[in-house]
Design a protein around this ligand. Structure first.
Ligand SMILES: *[C@@H]1O[C@H](CO)[C@@H](O)[C@H](O)[C@H]1NC(C)=O
Ligand SMILES: *[C@@H]1O[C@H](CO)[C@@H](O)[C@H](O)[C@H]1NC(C)=O
Ligand SMILES: *[C@@H]1O[C@H](CO)[C@@H](O)[C@H](O)[C@H]1NC(C)=O
Length: 400
């Protein structure tokens, strides 16, 4: 093909692509999350929890379903992934696919976590998000401080002794870290249902992350040189920029193309109408969260933050290498779901984890071979193909 033919070809492609791109916004887009939850007939409460190290985090709670008025008796916490937050368990309501709503309608008192750094986790008793110290955390700290503070708060508030745990991606990571580092929390969890949980990362297949892994030292130098502690560093949230670029501009086709090719954001089962709503709730994160994952891609091990040289590791841990998380000590029943098209969290790495855990009750590939990393939250068919089977499996563990 000559260059001019190529040019015409690409231009036509982009025009056609734009036409089938994002044209309108669903009415849900214009609602605050509280109004959105109420619109579908559910109650919502906000609860502020302060962590031991001073972060002030808001939890959402949906205490009962559409028909009830009494608080449900079974407790569940829903834990989002990296660059996610609580709303992502709700936004699929437009396709009858909100996991939070299904659980609330089936006897669960549903609590949705927001970790430090998300749009609902940018307050601290001393620090301001414009200070680098605010962002000096990885998922290790989220697991050590945010998660136990929230679990304690829920159990105390409801006078219960146990809860169900549901975690997506990083939500799985922090379950492993908390259970291994603070084993007293294990007996508080009835069943951990983990959706593409990130743990071991040695068999990642996503080319972008493989590339970053190979260039880790350069990335680290840049991070230090330019002081990149929050990423992307765009104030309250990158959502405005994403929305302006991806929905309202000439770049929208390009943006969509990126999302189609970014591991599993836009898969065949994702309705484009939902994208604006999803983008609105994408928070920023600490750079250290991503870097910590990259360290695991390079080492193939699931372990604490590597300070980069043995001297510093010895100061922090007493050993030249960072200690591995003792996942062999986890006896909580764990049920793992994954997508065969997920290049980030792969079958091989999950098998390793499942073999290490004491009570890995199921390692369940989703039937749809196109299922990827975010389909649990975004797919049109998540309701019937994922939410309902998940509910059934949880019900087997309900009895205290
Ligand atoms: C929504 O999903 C639930 C659970 O799958 C199902 O029982 C209900 O009938 C669905 N509602 C509609 C309107 O499709
Ligand atoms: C951070 O923001 C606060 C206002 O929220 C401001 O008073 C302070 O000077 C800012 N600090 C820096 C380092 O920009
Ligand atoms: C970040 O916290 C670690 C301890 O968790 C500490 O060693 C390090 O000096 C801190 N870095 C900054 C920039 O505050």
């Amino acid at each position: 093909m000559s260059n001019s033919t190529k040019f015409v070809f690409v231009t036509c492609y982009l025009i056609v692509f734009s036409l089938q791109g994002i044209t309108g916004r669903h009415p849900d887009f214009y609602l605050s999350i509280e109004k959105l939850v109420n619109k579908y007939g559910y109650p919502m409460e906000n609860h502020e929890v302060t962590t031991e190290d001073g972060y002030i985090l808001t939890m959402f709670r949906i205490p009962h379903g559409r028909t009830g008025t009494e608080i449900n008796q079974k407790l569940v916490i829903l834990v989002h992934g990296l660059y996610g937050q609580a709303e992502h368990f709700i936004t699929n309501a437009m396709h009858n696919g909100s996991l939070a709503f299904l659980l609330a309608d089936n006897g669960y008192d549903v609590w949705l976590m927001n970790s430090r750094g998300t749009q609902h986790g940018r307050k601290h008793i001393r620090l301001d998000p414009n200070e680098s110290k605010f962002w000096n955390f990885s998922w290790h700290e989220i697991a050590m401080y945010d998660l136990p503070a929230k679990i304690d708060y829920m159990l105390q508030k409801t006078k219960k002794s146990k809860l169900h745990y549901i975690g997506h991606s990083q939500g799985g990571t922090i379950f492993y870290v908390l259970s291994a580092m603070k084993p007293e929390y294990q007996k508080k969890i009835q069943l951990a249902s983990l959706l593409s949980p990130a743990g071991y990362g040695g068999h990642i297949q996503f080319p972008l992350f493989q590339y970053f892994g190979r260039h880790f030292d350069e990335i680290m130098r840049m991070v230090e040189k330019y002081n990149i502690y929050e990423f992307p560093n765009l104030g309250n949230s990158p959502s405005e920029l994403l929305l302006n670029t991806c929905i309202d501009s000439v770049f929208s086709s390009f943006c969509l193309l990126v999302m189609r090719n970014f591991n599993g954001i836009v898969t065949p089962n994702v309705d484009l109408e939902m994208l604006p709503l999803i983008l609105r709730f994408i928070p920023t994160a600490a750079m250290k969260q991503s870097l910590h994952y990259l360290q695991g891609v390079i080492s193939g091990r699931f372990r604490q933050w590597d300070y980069g040289n043995s001297q510093k590791n010895i100061e922090a841990y007493g050993t030249p290498e960072p200690p591995e998380y003792n996942v062999e000590s986890i006896s909580v029943p764990v049920s793992i779901y994954y997508g065969l098209s997920d290049l980030q969290v792969t079958e091989k790495d999950l098998k390793l984890m499942c073999q290490s855990l004491q009570n890995c009750v199921s390692l369940h590939p989703m039937k749809d071979s196109k299922w990827s990393h975010y389909d649990y939250l975004l797919s049109n068919v998540a309701g019937e193909q994922f939410n309902v089977p998940l509910l059934r499996s949880m019900q087997k563990y309900d009895d205290d």
